[in-house]
Design a protein around this ligand. Structure first.
Ligand code: IPM
Ligand code: MG
Length: 349
């Protein structure tokens, strides 16, 4: 199969980890007889520096004409502490999500046998936890009306959702739950927020369409607690944009390191695959960041974008072998560099 991949490494450790993901992709292609070709584009702070725009039209065009996007991270400390800044790297990611119509962000939380002791939670709580967080990605407070009034002294962000937006993400969540263990948890704040009440109403209406799926409804504050109290309770968790942002960072530490969690963003156009860890500027250029999340994002790309399940499995197997062999970066207590882990996994594939 011919695979046309847009490579958007972005900022911080993005370029280092995406380079390792590319090694894994090339190794899989060599083994299974596929032909990958890459086009590279700019997004985030590096795009602002070059084009004055965090998601330039050229980058969008590259994404649209590709079969999948492999993305690293955006973010730069130069912008973080300047609330007056008019352009921000994060705008590039948000524009990309919106323009590519990436309304669903799938963040699987899996645990690795060899790492259960690395988790900040007790091993018996973590061992066997395996769930999928589905975060709505193009609505809610991130994209609702926002602004200042009273001469700049009052600020607001609006959480707004239409029925159609809620329905399409819930449909996806019901379908994934049906293909997994048949258990869907809808996370909201319906005791306070009107937008959450719409989510709950729509979910209740959809329940009869999915008789094989058991649904429970959980307030987000409680969900934040249950995720660390009993992660094994969850199978598929679906929630709106902001809640999903917060809960998936929390969930990412269950497996032992944020550097392990991959994600897929899917929707109307080309799908995008990215590690959830962000740009980690303190580690940029040091060859110490954990490339596993980016490499597992490449596995998700084979599975979700190309439907090549064995290829995805080959990457996962090699990653598990590296973790068992102790070939890890310092976040997991190892002594290997980013590129050494990437090389090891590629040769294992
Ligand atoms: C994420 C990140 C982004 C978000 C930032 C970088 C804008 O935290 O993908 O979770 O908030 O969505
Ligand atoms: Mg986040």
């Amino acid at each position: 199969m011919k695979l046309k991949i847009a490579k958007l490494p972005g900022d911080g450790i993005g370029p280092e980890v995406v380079a390792q993901a590319v090694k894994a992709v090339d190794a899989v292609c060599a083994r299974f007889g596929h032909e990958a070709s890459y086009v590279s584009g700019y997004v985030g702070a590096c795009a602002i520096d070059r084009f004055g725009d965090a998601y330039p039209a050229e980058t969008h065009a590259l994404c649209l004409e590709s079969d999948a996007v492999l993305f690293g991270a955006v973010g730069d400390p130069r912008y973080d502490n300047d609330p007056t800044s008019k352009v921000r790297p994060e705008q590039g990611l948000l524009a990309m999500r919106k323009q590519l119509g990436l309304y669903a962000n799938l963040r699987p939380v899996e645990t690795f046998k060899s790492l259960v002791d690395k988790s900040p939670l007790k091993a018996e709580l973590v061992d066997g936890a395996d769930f999928l967080c589905i975060r709505e990605l193009t609505g809610g407070m991130y994209f609702g009306e926002k602004g200042r009034k009273d001469g700049g002294n009052t600020a607001y962000d609006t959480c707004i959702y239409s029925r159609a937006e809620v329905e399409r993400i819930l449909r996806l969540a019901f379908e994934y739950a049906g293909r997994r263990r048949g258990h869907l948890t809808v996370v909201d704040k319906a005791n306070v927020l009107e937008s959450s009440r719409l989510w709950r109403q729509v979910a209740r209406e959809m329940e009869p369409d999915y008789p094989g799926v058991t649904v429970d409804y959980m307030f987000v504050d409680n969900a934040a607690m249950q995720l660390i109290r009993c992660p094994k309770f969850f199978d598929v968790l679906v929630t709106e944009n902001t809640f999903g942002d917060i809960l998936t960072d929390e969930a990412s530490c269950i497996s032992g390191s944020m550097g392990l969690l991959a994600s897929a963003s899917v929707g109307e156009h080309t799908s995008l695959f990215e590690p959830i860890h962000g740009s980690y500027p303190q580690a940029a250029g040091k060859d110490i960041a954990n490339p596993v999340a980016a490499i597992l994002s490449a596995a998700m790309m084979f599975e979700y974008a190309f439907g090549l399940m064995d290829e995805g499995k080959a990457i996962r197997k090699a990653v598990a072998a590296s973790l068992e062999a102790g070939v890890t970066t310092e976040d997991l207590g190892g002594t290997y560099s980013t590129s050494a882990v990437g090389d090891w996994i590629a040769s294992e594939i």
